[in-house]
Design a protein around this ligand. Sequence first.
Ligand SMILES: [Cu+2]
Length: 406
Amino acid sequence: MEWVTTLLSYIFVQTFGLVIAYAAAGVLIYLVLRKLHSQWIALALAAVFVGVSIFFYAPVGLPRGLQYPFSLTTFGPAEGPVLPFGNVIAFFKNIGSFERVSDIARDPTEIPPPIARSEPTTVKIALTTKEVIAEMAPGVYVNYWTFDGRVPGPFLRVREGDTVELTLTNDPASLHHHSIDLHAVTGPGGGAVVTMVEPGESKTLTFKALRPGLFVYHCAEPNVANHMTHGMYGLILVEPAEGLPPVDRELYVMQGEFYTTGDLGKRGLQIFDARKMLDGTPQYIVWNGRVKGLVGNMTGNVGETLRIFVGNGGVNLASNFHVIGEIFDTVYPEAALRDGIRNVQTTVVPAGGASVVEFDLNFPGNYAFVDHALARLDRGAWGVLHVEGEADPTIFDGEMEESGGH
Ligand SMILES: [Cu+2]
């Protein structure tokens, strides 16, 4: 029932309260003035009150907070980001039947092994778009739209020259159409034009992976930014024909923004806020779908080599990826594979882009992953890599405090 009251209080109670308070203020002013002065003076000043109110409110219409989700005038190539009112109502009507995902965060170690083949082949991939409810932070719930029920979607791994047959199925319980645009595709819409699926429908896209790289895939159903910021993104790695240098561990992490009507930390089910998305003011900026999505699930040992596949679903911010207490031995800027650069502190991961970083684990301890636009830490943009092993005091030494600082 908490969901229903959230919607009701948002749309109706707020409007109702404003109208009552405003009318009562007008009557009160009139009564007080009439008591103190003549009826004519009271009427004249009441007219001033009404006139000034019209002057201020007529140009802007309803106060800003009350406008959404009824309307928002925008100028994109397709539908604007406001959710169709019918879908909002359908969502609340079907709230009981939405799948509850206990942990929306994709396990960062869930990555297919490196490709051993030396010849291209045909790879079949199946993905399902699902709309679910899960926890963003303790007590804060969000209606996520996903590939395969987690954020980000599954890590896809193919080889340069492979032909990919990708079947996209939209879960029958979905309320929206979805599709997929893979940046690894050469062809119209990155595949979106042949994969638009209604709830319960399946469609297949075939494409050749012409170029190596680490590419973002995402839903491209209008409003695209709206679909993406609900969690519809993931990464596809097209390995170079000769493969990547071998490493001991690989991790899959992806940043994304979430725009909620309630402020940061406001409990209950949070409705998507289209205006905040247009303004670029996210409430949550997180790794792998939720606050602490990368806490407690990334480990390593001294002496190992680590590769991180970093992506950014956006939809407004570029990420400034940094690991506190580490130097990236190699970065493939913007995930352009084959030609890495050396000894990098922070790498930019564009919205709708990726980066690949590699480094040795030289010393035990906790290493925080951050977006080094550090104000974003408080919105959730951090994670922790825990490294075990023998400490070498020639690399690092001193009296250790509890948490690793900067
Ligand atoms: Cu979608």
